[in-house]
Design a protein around this ligand. Structure first.
Ligand SMILES: [Zn+2]
Length: 884
């Protein structure tokens, strides 16, 4: 599932022995894999025949399961959820009793007489339902640009919702083959994991039989059906890839197909195992879910990820590209080799994210993709600096808790960053050799983290399990403090000390990591030290007075705090440092300011030392920090002075770039321009506002007159600063736009409006029918955007309209987005007890852990904002600019 340089090979690592012992996790073994289902009865093949009734949202099914009974038994236990089994026959004989416990999602069959060891057949007839939210087989309503309405069906099974569509052994270690048959209206198309084997028309309906799948887990089975059409491409390897969409929209799948074709060849080569199915479909669901799902051979996506109309921005294509690459990586890591149990979901997700970044960077060098990934690493490090965080590997007691293991910051982003650091440490070729061996050894089967470490250990001759242990089995990461000493000849050595980096006031003196530290002095190449203890001294570090990088290339998943003389040398030489190092230093210094370990002036000193830097990511990190400070100072007398400082810092660079792209300019320059203009617009810069308004008038008269990327920037600026007339004009554009993505972009711009009267109108729009059914999941995001300027208004509205706002989120999406999102969004709008009370009253009991974490996070963030307000005041006072 989803929801985002070239890697340096770290040569010449000095090893001092590893800090931890052997790994605690064991290789995959079916019998000892956790789970609730007995392992005495194992399905080997399912033949499922489904007749969905899309109008009534019901389904009927029959199922023949070939079973391998491994120990004589008189009961058979499997998963069902919200379904009724009307008939069950075991080897042709009716069973004695069918007991369904819907709350446990289990059905138990009592056999008329015990089943002997060996092969048997279970035949079931059942009835279930078609869901409204993406869990199981679900109905997705949509409105086409021409105004017509439609309904399609699709599936979302991960983690535990296959059992809503068919009775199943719905745990990932129970691999089996599947042959699906579906009866649907004659005019519809249907897509599943494998190609169509036969199609028979009968009386306005048709029955489609799909080919048998390879052995795979239940959560990867897929079925989509509706008025769908496709466009295809076949690569040199003979694999046919298609983009499926609501009829008419498939024409916008070209970019995705071309991307997917290159990615597939790259993965075939990288994994050393060819993509094993004859086809790979990419299915656009209008709405449905925010991300995508890696069903084997039939990946489902929110349509915005793979359907790119003429007005798609570069950012949309970039996100689309990286998600397609993520889901395609899962076709190997996840589908061909599956984690044995949900404890190891990170194996699927981190790996797919890391692999996707690698592929995206390889094929789009002008995007500087790894630099941008520093932001996802930063997201992970911010989450991972809290005492409530869980490690990458987390224990999942039973599969009903599995959804909770999909934590974007840790499961995806920390894992990706750790794998990158590990690849750099082992070397790119060695790492790939280990991955290839792992794929070959576990194909069509399951694996654990230990299996991956064993494969990488064999390839690298390094004890990868011991190295990785602290990173994956314990939460958090270290901050390294760097203390330099000089000898009489001007040679520098450093002492490194590590300590867990925490932002919530807690301490942790116990945890020590094995940290590969890349040290580079001046413009020199990095030398590597493996820090294996709390501190280590006497490490050679070039010449005194030269800039010193203790996380060369920014690849390490740790922070660095330099002593004052070294920081000063780095500040003086900052403009000439490589971009990757600047990004890492800016992020680290900002983090040190936020936790109170460094004054704001140190960060501002780096931001003022950028020289003629024009890198979009370095400046993006600075704009992000300034934007946070602008928000935090809003209700204080320092706001105007801070805004003046911020405008002064980025204004000259923005002016030198202008508004229009120069011929031949890089992707980076365009991105930098939009970042700076959006910031200046949000900070109310008069010249930027005037130009944005003039350009908006031209845009309103002729939307085709402006490049898509700039449209988004202009709409954003005028939306924030809108008066009633501008609001009306923007609203009219949202209503008249035939392109749903464009309409959504204009609608989003309305939500950021500062004026409270207009904010009330924006909220009304957010829950109106103007939002087409397929975009209703955006409603919470709209209300959250209104809360930026009008938090109290948004909070009252949210409470009064929460059912409409969150109505078609799945229960998991609701828990995830609200448990965390509500405290974070409305912290400044209500008393903490009111927020917590609302969540407890409106979310199911299994959301308690998310609510507790969301509240703790909002509380810590509130304290950080208070600290930053104090810092901003001191900083401005020292500049003689504070109001006292
Ligand atoms: Zn994924």
């Amino acid at each position: 599932m989803f929801q985002r340089l070239t890697v340096l090979a770290l040569a010449g690592v000095l090893s001092f022995g590893l800090a931890s012992g052997a790994d605690a996790v064991a290789p995959f073994d079916f019998n000892s894999t956790p789970g609730r289902l007995p392992k005495t009865v194992v399905p080997t093949d399912y033949r499922i025949a489904l007749t969905p009734d899309a109008g009534a949202k019901t389904l009927r099914g029959t199922e023949n399961v070939a079973l391998d009974v491994r120990r004589a038994t008189s009961t058979i236990v499997f998963n069902t959820h919200d379904m009724t089994i009307s008939e069950a026959r075991f080897d042709g004989a009716r069973v004695a009793r069918i007991t369904t416990e819907n709350d446990k999602q289990l059905t138990t069959l009592a056999l008329a007489r015990p089943a002997a060891v060996g092969h048997h057949v279970l035949a079931l007839a059942y009835a279930g339902k078609i869901e409204d939210a993406p869990q199981g087989l679900f109905a997705q309503d949509y409105r086409s640009p021409d105004g017509s309405s439609g309904r399609m069906l699709s599936t979302q099974f991960e983690s535990t919702d296959a059992r809503r569509m068919f009775p199943s052994w719905d745990e990932p270690a129970f691999r089996a083959t599947f042959q699906l048959t579906v009866t649907i209206p004659a005019a519809w198309s249907a897509v599943s994991n494998t190609p169509v084997a036969s199609r028979t028309a009968h009386g306005g309906r048709q029955t489609i039989v799909f080919r048998r799948t390879p052995k795979m887990p239940t959560y990867l089975v897929e079925l989509s059906a509706g008025d769908l059409a496709s466009t295809s491409v076949t690569g040199d390897d003979g694999v046919k890839q298609s983009v499926w969409a609501v009829r008419g929209d498939e024409q916008y799948g070209g970019y995705t197909l071309e991307s997917a074709k290159r990615i597939l060849s790259f993965y075939d080569e990288y994994f050393g195992v060819k993509y094993p199915l004859p086809k790979l479909d990419h299915i656009a669901i209008p709405g449905g879910f925010g991300g995508a799902m890696e069903n084997w051979g039939a990946i489902t996506y929110n349509e915005n990820i793979i359907i790119h109309r003429a007005n798609a921005t570069l950012a949309q294509k970039q996100i689309g590209y990286s998600i397609v690459a993520h889901e395609m990586a899962h076709q190997w890591n996840g589908d061909l080799v599956t984690m044995g149990w949900w404890d190891d979901i990170w194996l699927n997700e981190s790996f797919a994210s890391w692999m996707a970044a690698k592929a995206t960077d390889k094929f789009n060098p002008d995007w500087h993709w790894w630099q941008g990934q520093a932001e996802s690493k930063e997201n992970a490090m911010n989450a991972d600096a809290r005492s409530t965080v869980h490690p990458i590997q987390q224990h999942v007691v039973n599969e009903l808790e599995a959804d909770a293991a999909f934590d974007p910051a840790i499961t995806y982003d920390k894992g990706q960053a750790f794998l990158r650091m590990l690849e750099a440490y082992l070397g790119e070729d060695t790492f790939r050799a280990g991955i290839r061996a792992y794929m070959r050894k576990h194909e069509y089967s399951n694996a654990t983290t230990a299996d991956l470490w064993n494969a990488l250990t064999a390839a690298s001759k390094k004890d990868v399990g011991a190295l990785a242990k602290a990173w994956t089995e314990q939460p958090g990461y270290p901050v390294l403090t760097v203390s330099a000493s000089c000898d009489a000849a001007g040679n520098r050595t450093v002492a490194l000390a590590q300590q867990r980096f925490l932002i919530d006031g807690t301490t942790d003196a116990k945890t020590v990591w094995n940290v590969p530290v890349g040290i580079a002095s001046g413009g020199g190449a990095p030398a590597y030290v493996l820090l294996t203890s709390a501190q280590q001294s006497g490490i050679p570090a070039g010449r005194c007075g030269e800039p010193l990088r203790a996380n060369a290339g920014g690849i390490g998943y740790y922070r660095v705090a330099y002593d004052a003389p070294t920081f000063d040398a780095n500040r003086k030489g900052f403009a000439a440092l490589p971009d990757d190092d600047k990004i890492a230093m800016l992020y680290d210094q900002w983090a040190l300011v936020r936790v109170g370990r460094a004054p704001l002036a140190t960060y501002a000193a780096l931001a003022s030392a950028m020289g003629d830097d024009r890198n979009a990511t370095t400046w993006g990190t600075i704009v992000t920090a300034l934007t946070a400070l602008e928000r935090d100072t809003r209700a204080t007398p320092d706001h105007d002075a801070f805004v003046a400082y911020a405008r002064g810092l980025v204004g000259p660079l923005a002016a030198s770039l202008g508004w229009d792209a120069k011929p031949g300019e890089s992707v980076q320059t365009g991105e930098l321009r939009r970042t700076l203009l959006a910031a200046l617009g949000a900070w109310g810069d008069p010249a930027t506002l005037a130009e944005a308004r003039a350009r908006f008038d031209r845009l309103a008269a002729d939307p085709a007159s402006m490049p898509a990327d700039l449209q988004a920037t202009v709409a954003g600026i005028v939306g924030t600063n809108a008066d009633a007339a501008t609001f009306d004009k923007l609203h009219a554009l949202a209503q008249s736009s035939k392109d749903p993505v464009l309409a959504a972009r204009y609608r989003a711009a309305l939500m950021h409006v500062r004026d409270p009267n207009l904010a009330e109108r924006a909220l009304a729009i957010a829950v109106s029918n103007e939002v087409p059914p397929q975009q209703r999941a955006s409603r919470f995001g709209y209300v959250a955007a209104v809360a930026d300027w009008n938090p109290k208004l948004a909070w009252s509205f949210f409470q009064a309209h929460s059912a409409e706002i969150t109505g078609n989120l799945s229960s998991f999406e609701k828990i995830l987005s609200l448990g965390n999102g509500v405290p974070g969004t409305f912290w400044d709008a209500a008393a903490p007890a009111d927020i917590e009370g609302w969540l407890k009253a409106n979310l199911p009991p299994n959301a308690a852990e998310y609510v507790a974490k969301g509240m703790a996070k909002a509380r810590t963030d509130g304290a950080i904002r208070a600290r930053l307000r104090t810092e901003a005041h001191a900083f401005l006072a020292a500049r003689g600019a504070a109001r006292t």
